[in-house]
Design a protein around this ligand. Structure first.
Ligand SMILES: NCCC[C@H](NC(=O)CCC(=O)O)C(=O)O
Ligand SMILES: NC(=O)OP(=O)(O)O
Length: 313
């Protein structure tokens, strides 16, 4: 594997889940695999979990990780080929990625969408510019349209907590105060469908996700109906995709609460974090026994370690 940017196939996903679980019980089993190698973690946006868990994963493999918070500490990057750089952008991606390519063995990148340029976001323009101009193996730390390390951690968490072979997994839209990217929702749908779960997606009208990611899922606009008999409920806000980046609904009744789960007594609840408490998800759920959010966050380490070790091998 040279690039870890998306779901590839079930067999690779199963292999990565298995490897991650091995690392979880024995984190240092490959402690020299990355010896003498260096990974650059490039952030164009904020992060808590991704930054720290990926550093721990690299360290468990004996690899040096160097973090560059490029949004705050780097030069403003020009991404467009042929640009006349007489405005605010200081350094071209061609030059910056080339330099990073000579410093590191593996590059990892977080690049959120603009939510204003649908075609650039949809083709993951920034991630692909880094891939093209660095020449290195690349791991996505959340791109404009996908968050594959989060999704791998989510699949590990579902495998650890499922009570049946093919669980019913519901991805539900939740309210938010801001326009939020589609990456986590897209990616979760892509992986959960790809891993063979029985997937239902529920959201208000107008919040249809990009169909590239939802093929194979049931779409149900009635949230109560969607939640019935769920084994796992993944809570996430996203902005509209068709009316790109817009907030179309602020209906607070979409917030997931204990009362909403009355027809899903066994449902376990997931969220990638950070979560807006009592906007997306109630305190009672987050602090109660249904919540898997801390397990998901912990599994981020082993997801990153499995992806990284696959690239190193
Ligand atoms: N990396 C995990 C989530 C990142 C992003 N959340 C945010 O931007 C939250 C911002 C806020 O709550 O103000 C998202 O949902 O795609
Ligand atoms: N879930 C997740 O990616 O968290 P961070 O944005 O804090 O890295």
């Amino acid at each position: 594997m040279k690039y870890y940017t998306q779901f590839e196939n079930k067999s690779l996903a199963d292999q990565l889940i298995q490897k991650a679980l091995e690392y979880k019980s024995n984190p240092f089993m490959d402690k020299t695999l990355g010896a003498g190698k260096r990974i650059g973690l490039i952030f164009l946006n904020p992060s808590l979990r991704t930054r720290v868990s990926t550093q721990i994963a690299a360290s468990n493999l004996g690899m040096e990780a160097i973090v560059l918070n490029m949004d705050k500490e780097g030069w403003a990057l020009e991404m467009e080929d042929g640009a006349i750089m007489n405005q605010g952008k200081v350094e071209h991606i061609r030059d910056a990625a080339g330099v990073l390519g000579s410093y590191f063995d593996v590059l990892a990148l977080r690049a959120f969408p603009s939510l204003t340029n649908k075609s650039e976001d949809s083709e993951d323009f920034i991630l692909n510019q880094f891939i093209k101009h660095s020449g290195l193996p690349v791991i996505s730390l959340e791109s404009a349209i996908r968050h594959p390390l989060q999704s791998l951690a989510d699949m590990i968490t579902i495998d650890e907590h499922k009570n049946k072979e093919r669980p019913k997994v519901v991805l539900t839209w939740a309210p938010h105060i801001k326009a939020i990217p589609h990456a986590v929702a897209n990616s979760f749908a892509e992986w959960s469908i790809g891993c063979g779960h029985d997937v239902t997606i529920t959201h208000p009208e107008g919040y249809e996700l990009d169909e590239r990611f939802t093929h194979g899922a049931t779409i149900e606009h009635n949230q109560d109906k969607a939640l019935a008999d769920a084994d796992f409920v993944y809570v996430k806000n996203w902005s509209a995709f068709n009316e790109y980046g817009k907030i179309l609904c602020t209906d607070e009744s979409w917030m997931l609460s204990e009362q909403k789960l009355s027809k899903a007594p066994n449902a376990q609840v997931m969220h990638c974090l950070p979560v807006r408490r009592n906007v997306e998800l109630s305190d009672e759920i987050l602090d109660g026994s249904r919540s898997l959010v801390q397990h998901q966050a912990q599994n981020r380490i082993y997801a990153a370690q499995a992806a990284l070790s696959n690239i190193l091998k």
